[in-house]
Design a protein around this ligand. Structure first.
Ligand SMILES: C[S@@+](CC[C@H](N)C(=O)[O-])C[C@H]1O[C@@H](n2cnc3c(N)ncnc32)[C@H](O)[C@@H]1O
Length: 300
């Protein structure tokens, strides 16, 4: 760490960016580069997260706030804790969510897809009931409920501590009437409901890669990303069981990270449709209930 930030928001951001660039901090828990994370930290301290950065960049920050920015940046660099945990807030699909170390930091690729109304793949007006499987902090369930006002959502996770975080967020948005939280080992604890949409960001990091993850991941619950020997442990179970929980026209969406090739190799005859999000990445696969039925023998 060198010096202290001078008095505008822009100067604070430039200073913080430099500190990050000269550190070994990893970016990937809500931001993917030093400048965006510097903007996030500074705007959070300034209480300006509801404003566009360029509109406020030349405002002054008083000495106390500048010291708070400096302390937050120092903490981020020294602890290697994701910024979201340090400030208790993460942004997902354009909304702020409470977060702490009981649940993984929201950063799913479903953010863009939800904001784009799943177009052109799914017609949102056909969605009435959805299941967010492996819901963690509840960010996907909440983003769905906020984007599609007619939707009822079940949010399920095996981890009661993560579900406590989801409850805080559901309460914050007063969505208790539309989001139902369920503790469940995948589908095992669910009633025999049928859903128009099952959406899932499961644990999908292969065991051999876990020890190579940056230190930031050490602050997150390991069972939130550990996906068994090849990363597909949970995906296989979901593919085998999802059909019976989907309506006739229902759709299954699963996020797979870098495992798209592994999945294609594991099921060479299943016609996975890979959805490309705004970022240009194709890490979410779609199968219809009809696809699951047609390929049931290969998926079981
Ligand atoms: C990658 S995180 C996704 C969390 C959240 N949906 C998000 O996108 O931020 C995976 C979640 O799966 C949960 N999980 C792990 N094993 C599970 C299981 N057998 N059944 C249900 N949830 C499980 C973890 O507790 C974790 O919250």
């Amino acid at each position: 760490m060198s010096g202290t930030p001078s008095n505008t928001i822009r100067a604070c951001v430039d200073w913080a960016t430099l500190q990050f660039e000269n550190s070994n901090v990893y970016f990937g828990h809500g931001c993917d580069n030093p400048r965006d994370e510097a903007i996030w930290a500074t705007m959070h301290v300034a209480g300006l997260m509801d404003r566009e950065y360029e509109q406020v960049a030349d405002l002054s920050l008083d000495g106390k706030l500048r010291a708070s920015v400096a302390q937050l940046i120092r903490q981020r660099i020294e602890s290697r804790k994701p910024l979201a945990y340090l400030i208790g807030e993460a942004w997902f699909a354009g909304h702020p969510f409470f977060i702490d170390e009981r649940a993984i930091v929201p950063r799913s690729h479903f953010s863009d897809l939800i904001q784009d109304g799943f177009g052109p793949w799914i017609s949102p007006h056909q969605l009435h009931r959805a299941l967010d499987l492996c819901c963690g902090s509840g960010c996907i369930a909440l983003a769905l409920a906020l984007a599609f006002p007619q939707l009822q959502v079940d949010a399920a996770d095996i981890d009661s501590a993560a579900l406590q975080v989801a409850e805080v967020n559901i309460e914050r948005y007063r969505l208790n009437g539309r989001i139902n939280v369920i503790q469940s080992d995948l589908f095992a604890g669910l009633a025999k409901e049928k859903y128009d949409l099952i959406i899932c960001n499961p644990p999908y990091i292969a065991m051999s890669l876990i020890d190579q993850l940056p230190d930031e991941y050490l602050h997150e619950p390991r069972h939130a990303f550990a996906g068994g020997s090849d990363g597909l442990k949970f995906v296989r179970q979901i593919l085998a069981q999802a059909e019976r929980y989907l309506t006739d026209n229902g759709t299954l969406l699963i996020e797979l990270g870098d495992n798209a090739d592994a999945l294609e190799n594991a099921y060479p005859h299943v016609p996975f449709l890979w959805l490309t999000s705004r970022s240009g990445q194709s890490v979410v696969m779609l199968l219809s209930r009809q696809d699951l039925e047609t390929h049931r023998d290969q998926l079981n």
